[in-house]
Design a protein around this ligand. Structure first.
Ligand code: 26V
Length: 818
């Protein structure tokens, strides 16, 4: 006890009895929301429940911080531009262990729990896999009791909401904060000044960054409760506020309105998430966003470190900083700047600290997604950092020259500055240079990383590169999304899999058990009905729950090949028309996913899916044998309904392009069979579940390379296959766009003339494999046996396993000891 008021500072710890919960919710409704039973709206009830749940996390949240501090443990700071946590309430209630009790309390209070939870906002602070991975990682860090904090941006507007209007994607702003966010706690005491622009003054021998604009970063925290509240991690997001200087300036000039404009402009830095995950770089606002959040995060973690420790010498013993893709790469020159300009360390000392603190994950090999910044833009926004990058590069190249004196081209190739054409900074190279570990996200991807984009750097730093195959949290992706399957699994093998997913192995023994096999089918049927109801409500399209649910949900990208899936659909349609009385296995092909707003081809693919759906679904000759649906606005909360209902999971990227995939894991964990290429984590899934329990097809990575090298001619496949020719001709002749027959000419031309992602080369094998899918689906017991073996093999794909590997191999982290 060291605070004078501590003796009289008493409060009630909330308890979890039915009565206590009911009273908490009622209290929160009356004293927090300011309503009563008579006047409460649905949203009022939701907020009362959210607050009652939040209360029950607080003690453990404080305790986690206190223990980490008292035991003086090393922390990892996970820097990520994106987090996609999904809705929080059900997950939190499950983590606390009061989901059923809360449901009962609601019923007693006359509130409909399921309807309320469906009103909660789904924070869309990310584009796709990378942001969702960050959220799974926080869940695992909390569950494993590893001292950690996630740092990111509190975007006012997250990923756009997608509507489909006459078959086309329309984007709408996602004002997820507009009704308030009861989960976050503003921490204005943690505010930091972040500077942009200005110039470097070298007049008196030193180096000073002066006359820069200032923005204030304000912290907002939310709790990330681990399973059974093992510990509670923190997600700290930064929001931009205009600085006092800007506000005062307004006052002094007397031009209030102009001043408010300046205030808005300066706060724009945290306004909106960039909704493009492949090409949208080179934009100044994006660069500002990246710098804004890493600068605030580093100032914050250095403040915490210096509060608890005297000297910066020990920084690498107490602090690990992880860079999630290159988006937070500015953390590297920013830490150098803070250590040198603010804390007065020498260059060598500062660099030696940096290289023991940073680690970096690469999430893509695609050239167009690799971040580079034009030197002049970079220098305009961050003149001091440009200087640091130049100095780093000079040191690096000089050292390299002594190691490889005869290889002159090497220096040009690995330079941080790409001098081909307009000069650009290669952010990925900067990350490799500063990090003591660099990892890829699946075995294949990590291997390709060192043989393609980082081939030279892997020769220079051979010990740095490693693999950490992605994983997913079984709490959200099985326990929460699929409660019926979770319960069925519990009834046979107990509930330990939530913490130790390899316990699912025990399901192997049950795969051919008639009763279990049947119960598994029943669960799938219920989940399909739940999805069919939802799709009917949202799109008006009615799916037959007895048909095979064939699902592809993910960002729309040419490399993910939604169009290959669609070629199969069109061919199937034509075959049905040619032979309507054959014994067709009814199928429902379900798509969902967003296209970057400026990605012309991706948007065109969405339109074609909808056009094809329109024609097939309204053709009476098809008679229920085939349905196609595009479900709008794919997001975490929609994934939680779609994935448990899938029979077939489409993971069909061109081999060598999908770094890992995590959807592939979510589907298999929920008892879908995969049709997939030899790409990303599909390969490791096949190793775990056995290739006989998966539908693998298509060219391998080496064959893709060889095909291209030999002068790939897509038209040859078109000429040689009747089915392919018919499908393409009908798309080209306007059969699916009768009001505008040329609508797909450019898309078809791209396929026939270049087909960069080799759809036509894989089409034949894909179709043959789809026939095998139909054949197996006619044998429900055998299909389900294989699906159960898929679930049983998913143990290693828990993000707990992934995070344990990061903690041991990369971060050198120990858990808190309670
Ligand atoms: C890139 C860019 C580039 C510039 C502007 C905005 C922006 C936003 C996001 C990205 C990230 C692209 C990389 C990515 O999301 N990779 C995915 O990472 C998943 C998690 O590791 C992995 O499962 C997917 O295979 C991989 O595509």
């Amino acid at each position: 006890m060291n605070h004078p008021a501590e003796k009289s500072f008493e409060f009630d710890h909330p308890t979890n009895t039915a009565l206590a919960l009911r009273r908490s919710i009622a209290n929160r409704l009356v004293y927090m929301v300011g309503k009563d039973v008579q006047s409460a709206t649905q949203r009022d009830w939701l907020f009362a429940i959210l607050h009652a749940a939040r209360d029950r996390i607080m003690d453990r949240w404080r305790e986690t911080r206190q223990i980490t501090h008292a035991q003086d443990l090393k922390r990892v700071y996970y820097l990520s531009m994106e987090f996609l946590p999904g809705r929080i309430l059900s997950n939190a209630l499950m983590a606390i262990g009061i989901l059923d009790e809360t449901r009962a309390a609601c019923a007693q209070l006359g509130a409909d729990f399921d309807k309320l939870t469906d009103m909660e906002a789904d924070p869309g602070l990310g584009n796709g896999g990378l942001g969702r991975l960050a959220a799974c990682f926080l869940d695992s860090l909390a569950t494993l009791g590893l001292p950690s904090m996630g740092y990111g941006i509190r975007f006012d507007y997250g990923m756009f909401a997608q509507r489909i209007v006459q078959g086309q994607q329309v984007e709408e702003p996602d004002g997820w904060l507009e009704a308030g966010n009861p989960w976050e706690i503003m921490r204005p005491e943690f505010s930091y000044k972040v500077c942009f622009g200005g110039r470097l003054d070298t007049s008196n021998g030193g180096l000073q960054w002066i006359e820069a604009e200032e923005v204030i970063a304000v912290a907002y925290d939310s709790a990330v409760p681990g399973h059974e509240l093992a510990s509670v991690a923190t997600l700290r997001l930064w929001s931009a506020r205009a600085s006092r200087a800007i506000n005062l300036d307004a006052f002094n000039r007397g031009d209030y309105i102009r001043a408010m404009e300046a205030k808005n402009a300066s706060e724009n830095v945290s306004r909106v998430l960039y909704p493009d995950d492949s090409t949208e770089h080179g934009r100044e606002l994006r660069l500002r966003q990246e710098y804004f959040f890493v600068s605030a995060s580093l100032q914050d973690l250095l403040r915490r470190f210096l509060r608890d420790h005297g000297s910066l010498e020990q920084l690498p013993e107490m602090v690990a900083i992880h860079i999630n893709d290159t988006h937070p790469a500015l953390a590297i020159p920013e830490l150098m700047r803070l250590l040198i300009d603010v804390h007065r360390l020498g260059w060598d000392k500062a660099w030696s600290l940096c290289t023991r603190i940073f680690s970096y994950t690469n999430h893509t090999l695609l050239q167009e997604a690799l971040e580079t910044w034009p030197v002049d833009l970079f220098g305009r926004v961050l003149p001091r950092h440009l200087r640091i990058v130049f100095d780093l590069n000079a040191h690096f190249l000089a050292e390299l020259h002594t190691r490889f004196p005869h290889d002159h081209d090497l220096l040009r190739r690995v330079s941080l500055i790409d001098e081909n054409g307009s000069r650009r900074i290669r952010m990925a190279y900067l990350c490799v240079l500063a990090s003591h570990r660099v990892n890829g996200v699946s075995a294949l991807h990590s291997e390709l990383m060192t043989t393609t984009i980082f081939a030279d750097l892997a020769r220079v730093f051979p010990d740095r590169f490693c693999n950490k195959t992605n994983g997913i949290t079984p709490r959200r992706w099985l326990a929460q999304a699929n409660p019926s399957l979770a319960e069925l699994i519990d009834s046979r093998i107990g509930n330990g899999w939530r913490r130790n997913l390899v316990e699912l192995e025990a399901l192997r023994a049950w795969a051919a058990d008639p009763e279990f096999n049947n119960a598994f089918q029943l669960v799938k049927a219920q989940n399909k009905q739940r999805l069919a109801d939802r799709i009917a409500r949202e799109t008006g399209i009615v799916l037959d729950p007895d048909s095979l649910f064939d699902v592809q949900v993910k960002r729309v990208h040419e490399y993910k090949r939604q169009l290959l899936n669609l070629l199969h659909v069109v061919t199937r349609y034509h075959r049905i028309l040619a032979n309507p009385s054959a014994n067709w296995m009814p199928r429902s092909v379900i798509f969902a996913g967003k296209a970057a707003s400026a990605y012309y081809m991706a948007k065109k693919i969405i339109r074609l899916i909808n056009d094809v759906a329109q024609v097939i679904n309204s053709d009476p000759r098809v008679d229920g044998k085939l349905k196609v649906v595009f479900v709008p606005n794919y997001r975490v909360s929609l994934a939680e309904v779609i994935i448990p209902a899938a029979d077939l999971s489409e993971q069909i990227s061109t081999a060598g392009t999908e770094a890992s995939g995590t959807g592939n894991m979510k589907f298999a964990l929920n008892g879908a069979l995969t049709i997939g290429t030899w790409d990303g984590a599909n390969i490791e899934i096949a190793e775990q579940v056995g290739p006989d329990n998966m539908f693998i097809f298509g060219l391998r990575t080496q064959e893709v390379a060889a095909t291209r090298a030999a002068g790939y001619r897509p038209r040859q496949h078109y000429e040689e296959s009747y089915d392919l020719r018919l499908a393409i001709d009908r798309i080209a002749d306007g059969s699916f766009s009768p009001t505008e027959p040329q609508r797909y000419h450019d898309l078809v031309a791209a396929l026939l003339d270049s087909d960069h992602y080799l759809l036509l080369a894989d089409y034949g094998d894909y179709l043959a494999t789809q026939d095998r899918v139909d054949a197996l689906y006619r044998r429900p017991f055998e299909w389900t046996r294989q699906a159960i073996l898929n679930v049983a093999g998913m143990g290693i794909f828990s993000s707990d396993r992934t995070i344990r590997e990061y903690a041991e191999d990369i971060w050198q982290l120990r858990p808190i000891n309670r």
